[in-house]
Structures are given as C-alpha cells and as structure tokens.
Design a protein around this ligand. Sequence first.
Ligand code: GLN
Length: 247
Amino acid sequence: MKTNILSILSVVLLSALVIGCGSGSKNEVLYMVTEATFPPYEFRQGDDIVGIEVDIVKEIAKELGRPLKMEDMKFDSVIPCVQSGKADFAASGITVTEDRKKNVDFSIPFVKTGLVIVCRKDAPVANAADLKGKTIGVQSSSTSDIYVTQNICEPDRYENAPLAVQALRAKRVDAVVCDQDPAYAMAKNDDSIMILPELLTEEEYAIAFKKGSPLVEAANKVIERMKADGSLEASLKKWRAEMPSAD
Ligand code: GLN
C-alpha cells in the first residue's frame, strides 16, 4: 500500500515537472534575471526594481497569467543564467549581437540606442579618435567592453557602469564608454563629468530567452502591442524624466 502511494506520488510529481517545462503553466512563477543599476531600464527605487523594461516584463507576465519574480545579479551572469535554463529570461538592457544570438533567442527589440563617451570636464576628450592612448573604463562583458577591446585598447573592467564612472571621478581612468541613457543618469547631478554627443555605435535592446523558448512569441506580441498603442513610448518618456542619478 505504502509503495503504491509512493509510486502514485512520484508520477504526480513527475507530471508536474514535465508540465512545468515549456511555456509554463498558469500561476507558475516567471523567473527573470537582471542587473538593476541601469536607469531608466531597470533600477532600484526603495525595495522595488522599476523602469522601462520592468513595465514591459510586467505586461508579459500579465499576458501569460503568471506571477513575476525578478532577481538582481551581476551583468555577466544574466545571459549564462538564461542559457542554462535557470531563469526564464533576462531583461537587462541587453544589446542584440550576433554572438549573443548563438547562445540565446531574443525578442523583437524595444529601443534603439548606442554607446557614448563620458569624460571629466577638467580633462575633456574630443572624440573617439582622442581615446587612443588613454585609460578607458567599461562594464565587464558589456558591448562597451567589446567595442573598446576591439577598436581602441584593453579597457579597465568594472562590475557595472556606475563603478566605472566612480573611477573616472577618482581619476583612475580618463574616460568611460557606456550606454547612452544610463550615462545621462550618471551625469544628471554631476557637474564634473560630461557626455560627448557622438554615438559610437547603433544598438538595440531586447529581452533574452533560452534557445527555443516558447515564451518569445508572447513577449513579441506584448512589445508589438506596446509599440502600437503608445504605452512603450509613454514608459520611455516617464522613466527618462524620473531617472535618478545612477550612482
Ligand atoms: N547594452 C549593454 C550590453 O548589452 C549593457 C547592458 C547593461 O549594462 N545592463 O552589453
């Protein structure tokens, strides 16, 4: 009798596990990973993680009828976490690149942006060519890291862009290359630093899923809808205006 109950229980548990795979059953937690020092896309406001991408993923969770769990971690862990299937997706201002496409599937992009140069006003940099021979700070594993390494020099790598900008203020680096919107957040209340107007790259952000994930379709549907009904534009406007200093 005991064995019978045990085998019934294990069948029930196994089926729950199998059903738990795929696009996930309703009510099953949708597990997102991010690095929340990236305003206006994802950043901390008190105990909450908020921003443009958070608005998008909340809509995706609603579309799927699943509760959302967000975990804040180092940027260089977010893609591996999705790739291994530990998380359902990563929403972390991730730029779509051909290399990353080999490891994850992306949703359609939700914004077009690029990289900028941040420098100190007392030691200005004129343009990208002027970066040669200088010490440049970047966020490790980011597109800035890739850009500077491939086009300029071996950069000084930091865990996130705010830490790279702290090094700039402390004169440990001569310039920082980072994403445009977070750069504006960092320069917002800081008279000692400036952003060059020139965009070094053209990039698009999208949400990253495990290869073959059926969730991409729901994400694309939501992003299309938010583009069409103006709610994405409203979210961009709102969070860009409310952007705190990213440090
Ligand atoms: N957009 C950059 C990248 O994808 C940086 C993202 C981030 O720091 N959150 O590498």
